[in-house]
Design a protein around this ligand. Structure first.
Ligand code: FES
Length: 368
């Protein structure tokens, strides 16, 4: 390992892992990858090795995850990751023009960093703010409705040491500082956390619906939203009342392995029935999808279809049949694959010749 991660990083790694059940520690991989990125600025081979070491995984497993998500960088990044959305909505509103202008101005292309190490530029797919398009983010904080000139102003200010204020959210921090937050640690700096109300572009659809009297049938917008304590209390109450509402009859066999589905009538719910969990293995599920009428029982799959027109053979019968088959096709003593001996081949040939005359014999001669 080329990097020795700091004691603080190691302590934080332990804290992250402790957030998960002991037998589910591999679930800590995503925040751990952000953590190593917060120290090195990207997920280096050493970072991969560190995650593998603390989680008891192998490097291939960690690498497979780290290379899947675009937020984990595979090369050293600048202090500020500038992402310009060039997806459909932003593109028709000028996103590509913003990206092209920045590329030319900074002299870098996608996933490249300026020589001063300040800015890494990337074009991004939808940044989930289409209503504010075209958008760009700096270390995942939004600048809404940008045009080439405002985008240039943002990057120039960043390169000269300033910290421009995003359209929404907290003030900017560096990518390493952001990675600490993404690993699940609060940023204690002043102004690091922001709150706000939905902006007008987000509310535009709602305003139009109100203006035209469009509403969801039966929906009362004044329905109170319960607090967490109230919701917990209601859930506990519903659970306590559950046995009295349980169906008297056993559940239908299609409900799934030991998990009978509760009907909407039984639960008092107006929502559609929820199916019991599907605990079949992925292989079985894939096989059933490909061949829904297959009648092969798979022993490790509760609920798998079983033959409908006959019982499967008893295990003892199956073993005897297997043994008989093996005895009649013993492996060749010379290490060659099992098959007919030379004598058997000659015998078969003579039998064939007796049926077809001499054709088989002459064929065989031509093969020699
Ligand atoms: S298309 Fe740009 S944010 Fe959705």
């Amino acid at each position: 390992m080329t990097t020795t991660f700091t004691d603080e990083t190691r302590a934080r790694a332990r804290e992250i892992i402790a957030r998960y059940p002991a037998d589910r520690s591999r679930s800590a991989l995503l925040p751990l990858l952000h953590l190593v990125q917060s120290e090195e600025g990207y997920v280096s081979p050493a970072g991969v090795e560190f995650c593998a070491e603390v989680l008891g995984l192998n490097k291939a497993q960690v690498g497979a995850v780290a290379t899947f998500y675009t937020m984990y960088k595979r090369r050293p990044t600048g202090d500020y990751l500038v992402s310009v959305c060039t997806n459909t909505m932003c593109n028709v509103l000028g996103g590509q023009e913003v990206y092209d202008t920045l590329t030319e101005h900074l002299g870098v292309g996608h996933d490249e960093t300026t020589a001063d190490g300040k800015i890494t530029l990337e074009h991004a797919e939808c940044l989930a703010a289409c209503d504010y398009g075209p958008v760009m983010t700096v270390n995942y904080d939004f600048f809404d409705g940008v045009d080439p000139q405002t985008a240039l102003g943002v990057v120039d200010e960043l390169r000269s040491g300033g910290r421009p204020q995003p359209s929404r959210g907290a003030r900017l921090c560096t990518l390493k500082e952001m990675a600490v937050q993404l690993a699940g640690f609060a940023d204690e700096r002043d102004g690091a956390v922001a709150d706000g109300v939905p902006g007008e572009p987000t509310l535009r659809g709602l305003r139009l619906a109100q203006q035209h009297g469009i509403s969801v049938p039966g929906f009362d917008p004044n329905t109170p939203i319960p607090s967490k304590a109230e919701a917990d209390q209601a859930a506990a109450k519903a659970k306590a009342a559950e046995p009295a509402k349980a169906p008297a009859q056993p559940a239908a066999p299609t409900a799934g392995a030991g998990q009978p589905a509760r009907s909407a009538e039984a639960t008092g719910s107006t929502a559609p029935d929820v199916k019991a969990p599907d605990d079949k293995s992925p292989e079985v599920r894939a096989a059933e999808t490909r061949q829904p009428d297959a009648r092969t029982a798979v022993p490790d799959a509760p609920g798998t279809k079983v033959p409908v027109d006959g019982a499967p053979p008893a295990p003892r019968d199956a073993r005897e049949a297997e043994a008989a088959g093996a005895a009649s096709n013993a492996p060749a003593g010379d290490g060659k694959p099992a098959g007919d001996s030379t004598e058997a081949q000659d015998r078969n040939l003579r039998e064939a010749e007796s049926v077809t005359g001499t054709a088989a014999s002459s064929d065989r001669g031509s093969q020699k």
